[in-house]
Design a protein around this ligand. Sequence first.
Ligand code: PHE
Length: 343
Amino acid sequence: MQSKFEQLKTEALLAIKSVSDKIQLEDLENKLLGRKSGELTNLMKGLKDLTDDARKVIGVVANEVKKDIEMAFANKKNELLNLDWAAAVEKERVDITQPTLPHSERGTFHPNTIIQKDLEDFFTSMGFVVLDGPELESDFFNFTAVNVPENHPARDMQDTFYIKNHPGMVMRTHTSSMQVRSMLKQGAPLRAIVPGKCYRNEATDPRHEHTFYQLEGFVIDEHITFAHMKGVLEAVAKHLYGADTQVRLRPKYYPFVEPGVNGEVTCFICKGKGCRVCKNTGWLEIFGAGMIHPNVLKEGKVDAGRYQGFAFGLGLTRLAMLKYGIEDIRHLESGDLKFLKQF
Ligand code: PHE
């Protein structure tokens, strides 16, 4: 019996040595040490038929053989693992001496992004926070909450895309959709801008596009007046077009402000003399703005007796077109690299 154990050990060690992968090793381990019918297991079961004396002697041998075989398996497992690692490391080797790709391959910022980043810097320097909101928005926040109730004619001012099988959801038509959202979340006082993508159901032409960017701003605090609003708009205009830029405000209806204005700046191209870009008026319309309507403050759970606020919207896309003299708005969403690499 002793020799059977020893023979099994010799064979087992040889077999383990010649194995070259994990699966083979597992099969072999099962074949030799498997609980039910492993070869060594079976041999050990025979021990119980021996006399007490013989069992004592052979039992010792049997245990040593088992230990040696188990040790051989453990070593082999380690060896295979190390091989795996070596292969993985080899596969991931990076040649740190390889020259870098030429810099001409570097990307450029989209014109909208350039304007957006510039204005984010400018507004944060005046204590505004930058907020982000959903482009797929509820009908409530886009319209109802900003004083455009269902079935009100003001809904016709901004037609958008409605989502099939998702009643009550729209692609936001303006960043004003974030006014009430942020009032509900942050409460008053509040000083924020919201740059982002907006959508409208437009027949596209060089001046109209279904997708464009706006930048919304609002300030809510005690004792906020129309003069604060004008001051901020003037600061923005001077930042964009130089210290001699003037701002002109003229009444305009927006449902969510009262009074509402459209804000114009002196044309930075002709300096107010009149040219093709300003259609000979000397002025460029770049803002929609006004004092936030009390109904909107109420929707935002802001105490309209204590707080006032103003809001304004800038067309980021329009600013980019003006700044770079882009004649057709459709270039901006085209993804055309010939166009984009100019910036
Ligand atoms: N949301 C308006 C628009 O898209 C712009 C605006 C914003 C006007 C804030 C007034 C106040 O036309």
